[in-house]
Design a binder for this molecule. Sequence first.
Ligand SMILES: [Zn+2]
Length: 411
Amino acid sequence: MDMIIRHARLRGCQGTRDMGITNGRIAVLAEHLTEEATTEVDAAGNLVMPTYVNGHIHLDKCFLQEQMRPNKDYTFGECLELTWEHKAGYTTEDILERAGRAIQEGILNGTTVFRAFADVDSIGKLRGLEGLLALRERWQGMVHIEVVAFPQEGILRDPGTAELMEEAMRLGADVVGGLPWFEMLDEDARAHIDFCFELARRYDKDIHMLVDDTDNPLSRSLEYLAIKTLREGYQGRVSASHCGALAAYNEVHAHKVMDVLKQAHVSISSNAHISLVVQGRYDQEPVRRGITRLKQLWRHGINVFSSQDDVADPFYPFGRNDQQEVVAYLCHTAHMTAPSEIEAAFDFVTYNAARALRLPDYGLEPGCKADLNVLAASTAREALRLQQPPRWVMRGGNVLARNQVQREFDC
Ligand SMILES: [Zn+2]
């Protein structure tokens, strides 16, 4: 046995377990393992969780806060404009440095899977994508990075982007991105979605779009995305982030959309802290929260997940690339505070996110990859209350990071 994690608490399990790890995978779980291993870790009754999965993060933009002029009102339009001033000057070295720092923070906070969005458009051309492909290469073997070719300025409203998206896939992007709601006309939004499906099918790739990221109830890309997924037989291969407009629809229409999302097995990512900052900016009181019908989607049986999205960039001034923090914000914003809801929210950054990304052998059963965290708390609620980083962060049975929080009274 290469490693034994002793006294591990597993959610939904009475008492503790010893977890034996061999060849990078979980080999055995038992109340007490008599044998010894090369490396022994004492979880001391704390939770062991599979690695956190960050299914939506803009690693080409991270830490631009350090060099950009400040936001004034944080509307989506302003956030976009501030990015224009930087992305034409991206270099691969610059992205490797900024994104590398975000990856390191992510690892310290227990995340070893990142789906990274790279802007592909007529301003930055393929600079963001080339930077993130180099990042994927540099961090290979340490963490799992997927690169999404993301048309941040639209496709129809930004001539030349269609050709650049094609080139991005040819260069090795893992996922086809999209931003249909940002097109000027409803028919353009549909043409945008059609284009992405055609591209994804040709390269046999999954799709992850940022959809209806607005409080405007007239933004209706999500239903077309879901119907298109069904018609193309792409069930289980499509994710949609944000979907704020769904919250603004009337109940009858919202239920129609949620029904078709469920049928199409479309996963929904709500990054509540980002929506709290960027949405509701045109509202007088009361100001809307800007998040989608998160709890309703979850209760409807739709695969909901949640992600960091932005780290200190034009869209968000904060962010530690910390999925525990993401869950904590989400619990507040979506009123997920009952015990079963807190447990479910933890699934949004673990099992549900892994399902959206179709990660193989993810979990804590024997046979799964030993990509896991030993937390500094014995329950999910306590982990969110204390907000301490995991004590051990492991990938393939190797320790990638350790955290020790030291606090002292001086009285
Ligand atoms: Zn985003």
